[in-house]
Design a binder for this molecule. Structure first.
Ligand code: SAM
Length: 659
């Protein structure tokens, strides 16, 4: 999951040289002009944008992102173009990302690109495999996939993703990097393309031309740049048979989603907690008109309404879809919070977070050497007890894993920030009790009275989702959590990082520490004196001197979290349970049965629940995933992650277990 950075040295020109591939990144003649001629002009981008001005989005793919020169040139042209679609989606693959400091140094070579370079640098990430979604500026989205292009392309959920209209193949010389020019990769490029797709490259090597030709493109030689005689341009030759929605060979056809339908742009969201508000925000950024319905009279009235939530990445001992999701989600949440701060800060404290080693995952203890192999030090690193105590500002009782990007967020302020978007309207004290699809739209009802209609609906009201008839079979669980606020004292005021042991202790704010939170599988809402005592006792164990924090409890708050049986959120389309049961009934007799029928889902109905105690980290990316599904965009998560989040997983598991 962590990624190896580019190993480079610096040329006299100030540009980088790859010591691993033994090749230059850019022509020393004139990198800008070469990129312009070989990529931007070869694909006639300006003309094609004008011709496609009525479309919603233009999508460009790139193999070999490097320092993003081609990307930045494209952005600059895009921003200067008067007639073009409103959205540019740039989908780039990079095996060895440049370190941030190296990227900064390269970008200084191109002052004419300083504006988009600055925006890229602000959000650029130089660690962790997988897709990093960056909303660069209004209208430009960059999906930066770190990892080998072939593997990352294969892991994309292609059948739900729209095709890419233009490719830049820019992965070092084929003689030095055969992997990026293989025929199998070109087949994946072709599969992600459509009839209108073009591609270009500086390489006209025979085997490159033949690989591109075999993948179904007509290949042409164009004039090369500088001392190179030729460059390559190709356009799609054979009509592409779009992969059928149901692929008989797929081992999990139930997770194959219907192709995104062009529904209208009004969305109703049920629930104004973190899941609902973040989804509203992601949709509003795409121009959707969003109405959020909330049963309470305030935002974040449920588990999201705790005074402060800790931002950290949930850690795992082995790579898996879950581990990848939480890592990507943490990185995305952090980037989004930093962007929101620029636009007027939500109540965010970038304190870092220390997680005591002994308190982590008691059932499956985390293993130091494995974690260090899986996670970049930029995400988390182990500090011995002394170093951790220094970071905390108080003597801790154990070594700790340090999340430098972690911190504390007031979730109500975050929800307010999300909902301040002009495309969002929030209706409070309105409990949606039923959903009915009529004439291709959803009707939202409260006690049988119609309150609204919308093209799509996102159910984001935590465990209450199970009261809606479409969700009664989703196995949502409730766990009770009690938080306690205590008075700070002269000693405890020195705490300057969030520290998580058996309880999470937040640095003092206005004379109070928040201690979070007890855990019990019940729905009792009464404050419990025992839970308070337990919160105090366990919080004190965080510190080497238990007297560090006082015993003067000021207030307690109880909230109910929503979990799923596998402790992973439910994010995606809502399955049509009876249809799915009928389609896959054979699983009750033969768990390995194969099917040709893809999943059956309620059109335009989505869900985003069961984030447990991790919602601050997991909601923003889940929201972005849902917004991408609804808008029919490239998805910011791999097929494995999207399938793992799919709410129908429990239904299929039950069928296989003959339940
Ligand atoms: N297009 C870049 C730009 O505009 O700044 C320059 C790209 S540089 C010539 C080639 C890039 O391809 C390097 O950053 C290298 O790490 C990347 N690369 C090499 N092999 C790769 C692979 N198998 N998958 C993805 N990227 C790869």
């Amino acid at each position: 999951m962590k990624i190896k950075n580019a190993e480079i040295s610096w040329l006299e020109s100030g540009l980088p040289y790859s010591t691993e591939f033994q090749d230059i990144y850019y022509s020393k003649d004139n990198a800008l002009a070469e990129s312009q001629q070989v990529f931007v002009q070869a694909n006639k981008l300006e003309q094609r944008w004008t011709d496609a001005a009525q479309d919603e989005t233009f999508r460009i793919g790139e193999l070999g992102f490097g320092a993003g020169l081609n990307f930045l040139q494209t952005c600059k042209l895009w921003q200067a173009s008067e007639q073009r679609p409103p959205l540019l989606h740039y989908i780039a693959f990079e095996k060895h990302p440049l370190r941030r400091a190296d990227l900064r140094r390269v970008l200084q070579c191109w002052p004419t690109l300083s504006e988009p370079s600055q925006l890229l640098l602000e959000q650029y990430i130089d660690h962790s495999e997988g897709c990093h979604r960056i909303r660069l500026a209004s209208g430009i989205t960059l999906d930066l996939y770190f990892g080998d292009a072939q593997e990352q392309l294969r892991r994309r959920m292609q059948e739900s993703c729209p095709s890419i209209q233009c490719w830049f193949l820019d992965g070092f010389s084929p003689a030095r990097n055969g992997q990026l020019w293989q025929e199998s990769l070109m087949q994946l490029v072709a599969a992600a393309s459509d009839q209108t797709t073009t591609l270009s490259s500086y390489s006209v090597a025979g085997h490159v031309r033949s690989a591109i030709d075999s993948a179904g493109f007509d290949v042409f030689k164009r004039d090369g740049f500088g001392r190179k005689r030729h460059s390559l341009f190709a356009s799609r030759r054979t009509p592409i048979e779009k992969q059928a929605a149901a692929d008989a060979s797929a081992p999990t056809p139930w997770f194959i989603l219907p192709t995104a339908q062009k529904l209208g742009r009004s969305v109703a969201i049920i629930g104004a907690g973190l899941a609902g508000c973040s989804t509203a925000y992601s949709l509003a950024q795409r121009g959707y008109k969003v109405t959020v319905f909330e049963a309470a009279d305030s935002l974040a009235a449920g588990a999201s309404g705790i005074a402060r939530l800790a931002l950290r990445c949930r850690l795992f001992n082995a790579p898996s879809a879950e581990a990848e999701f939480y890592l990507q989600a943490y990185n995305f949440a952090l980037r989004q919070i930093q962007q929101l701060e620029k636009a007027g800060s939500p109540d965010w404290e970038a304190t870092g977070l220390l997680q005591l080693h002994k308190a982590m995952n008691k059932r499956k203890p985390l293993q130091q050497d494995i974690l260090q192999g899986l996670y970049s030090q930029s995400v988390v690193r182990l500090l011995d007890c002394n170093a951790a105590s220094q970071q905390a500002g108080l003597a801790l009782s154990d070594a700790a894993w340090y999340f430098a990007g972690g911190g504390a967020m007031n979730p109500v302020s975050l929800c307010e920030h999300y909902l301040a978007h002009p495309n969002i309207h929030c209706v409070r004290t309105t409990t949606i009790t039923a959903l009915q699809r009529t004439d291709g739209r959803w009707q939202l009802k409260t006690n049988d009275a119609d309150v609204a209609t919308a093209d799509s609906v996102v159910i984001a009201n935590s465990y209450s989702a199970a009261k809606l008839s479409q969700c009664t079979e989703l196995p949502l669980q409730i766990s009770r959590g009690q938080t306690t606020e205590i008075a700070s004292n002269a000693g405890s005021e020195s705490l300057c990082s969030v520290v998580s042991g058996e309880r999470t202790v937040f640095p003092a704010k206005a004379g109070r520490h928040l201690l979070a939170a007890s855990y019990a599988e019940c729905d009792e809402l009464q404050v419990s004196a025992d839970d308070r005592m337990e919160n105090l006792r366990l919080a004190r164990e965080t510190f080497s001197d238990k007297e560090t924090i006082g015993l003067e409890a000021l207030t307690d708050r109880v909230a109910l979290r929503c979990n799923s049986p596998d402790r992973f959120p439910l994010v995606g389309m809502v399955p049509d349970v009876s249809q799915m049961r009928a389609n896959y009934a054979e699983l009750t007799r033969n768990a390995k049965a194969r099917f040709t029928t893809s999943g059956h889902y309620h059109p335009g109905l989505y869900i985003n629940v069961a984030h447990g105690s991790n919602g601050l980290a997991s909601c923003p990316l889940s929201a972005e995933l849902l917004a991408s599904l609804i808008a029919g965009e490239n998805l910011p998560c791999s097929r494995d992650i999207v399938s793992r989040l799919n709410p129908s997983r429990f239904l299929i598991r039950d069928l296989k277990q003959q339940k």
